[in-house]
Design a protein around this ligand. Structure first.
Ligand SMILES: *Cc1c(COP(=O)(O)O)cnc(C)c1O
Length: 373
């Protein structure tokens, strides 16, 4: 057993520094090319990344934008979602899943997660569908694919659009296929802390639909396809050149990094045997990329304090479920509306998870958890 004395350094939920030190030279070389060609906004490096990322996801198109929230906003607009419409969104997700809906004037309708996969509960979707429902946004939360076929069946039955929020799931697989092409569009975040994160803010949308693709290109660029001719009221949501350069380099390493996370997750899953700690259920369809390794425990704050005392600093994703956020108080949800998401918000912690964690550190976390009483 590794004793405390042997591990005096802090282990945080995430450490971006090590990875960026390793690839600094390669990234800076490409930054220099962006600089020399002044391709700062859009341009050839963004186009290169879009090609690379579409091919990574197995889709015909990818559109780079300025962040994941814009990706969701533009996807909703491209589907024609707007005021008076409703869109089904899981209650257990990062709040930005709902922002895209709200920014169009439509209303997010929150559905609880299951008690074990913590993903959207397919059996609870239909009771929330009304004549106003236009789409379902499924979230591959913590890097684990949701029940795609279950949600698709409901979309087909009620003639609804399907959008994947894959912000946490670049490279995750559902039934052996990489996410990003299961619905009408899929939205990605390349926020620095995501599995594929830019050196800056960035996001993207993948699709196999030419009409959505054309519309997204226009919307992100002032509603324009010919310079200074504006066909509709648009946005400036372009991706930056330096951001795209960092993503071109990092995409080459993504499978390697994701596989290391899978390896760490397996060690956690086999090694964490303390009955006081519960982990996310792993459905057979899922090959997660473990963006986060979330666990629950009856007394979360007690466990957190204990881990902190042992130099382990977990994350908390997320302390308040979407339906109970102040921003949505006008929708008049109350405690008890989504009990599983509420339970999770009160009991979850995210264990350290990133590709550069050493075996020694992973085993140390397991040992510390073993001794938790
Ligand atoms: C990060 C994230 C977003 C938003 O992406 P940004 O790039 O931060 O705007 C949306 N949905 C989920 C599930 C996320 O984790």
């Amino acid at each position: 057993m590794i004793t405390e004395a042997k591990l005096q350094r802090k282990i945080n939920c995430l450490d971006l520094r090590q990875q960026h030190q390793k690839i600094k030279k390669e990234i800076f070389e490409l930054f220099e090319k962006v600089y020399e060609t002044t391709s700062f906004s859009g341009g050839p490096y963004v186009e290169q990344f879009e090609k690379d990322f579409a091919s990574f996801c197995g889709t015909t198109h990818a559109v780079g934008v300025n962040n994941g929230t814009s990706a969701l906003h533009l996807a909703m607009l491209a589907l024609g979602v707007g005021a008076g419409d409703e869109v089904i969104v899981p209650a257990n997700t990062f709040i930005a899943t709902a922002w895209g809906v709200s920014h169009t004037g439509a209303t997010p309708v929150f559905v609880d997660c299951t008690p074990d996969t913590w993903e959207i509960d397919v059996s609870k979707i239909e009771e929330r569908i009304t004549a106003k429902t236009k789409a379902i946004i499924g979230v591959h939360l913590y890097g684990q694919p949701f029940d795609v076929d279950g949600v698709k069946e409901i979309c087909a039955r009620h003639d609804l659009f399907l959008v994947e929020d894959a912000a946490q799931a670049q490279g995750a697989e559902y039934k052996g296929l990489v996410v990003g092409g299961f619905g009408d569009m899929a939205c990605f975040s390349f926020y620095p802390g995501k599995n594929l994160g830019a050196c800056g803010e960035a996001g993207g949308i993948t699709t196999n639909n030419q009409a959505y693709y054309d519309r997204l290109l226009s919307l992100r660029n002032h509603g324009s396809t010919v310079r200074y001719y504006h066909d509709e009221i648009g946005f400036n949501m372009r991706m930056g050149g330096l951001e795209s350069a960092s993503l071109i380099i990092k995409l080459k390493y993504l499978n390697e990094w994701n596989n290391r996370r899978r390896e760490i997750a397996k060690v956690y899953q086999q090694g964490i045997t303390n009955p006081k700690i519960k982990m996310q259920a792993q459905p057979s369809w899922s090959n997660s990329i473990y963006h986060l390794f979330v666990v629950t425990s009856e007394n979360r704050d007690h466990l957190n304090k204990y881990l902190n005392e042992h130099n382990i600093f977990p994350g908390l994703h997320y302390p308040v479920p979407c339906h109970l956020q102040k921003a949505y108080r006008h929708l008049e949800y109350k405690k008890g509306d989504c009990p599983n998401a509420e339970y999770l918000a009160q009991h979850c912690l995210s264990l350290p998870m990133y590709a550069e964690l050493t075996d020694e550190e992973v085993n140390y976390v397991i040992d510390v958890l073993k001794n938790y009483v």
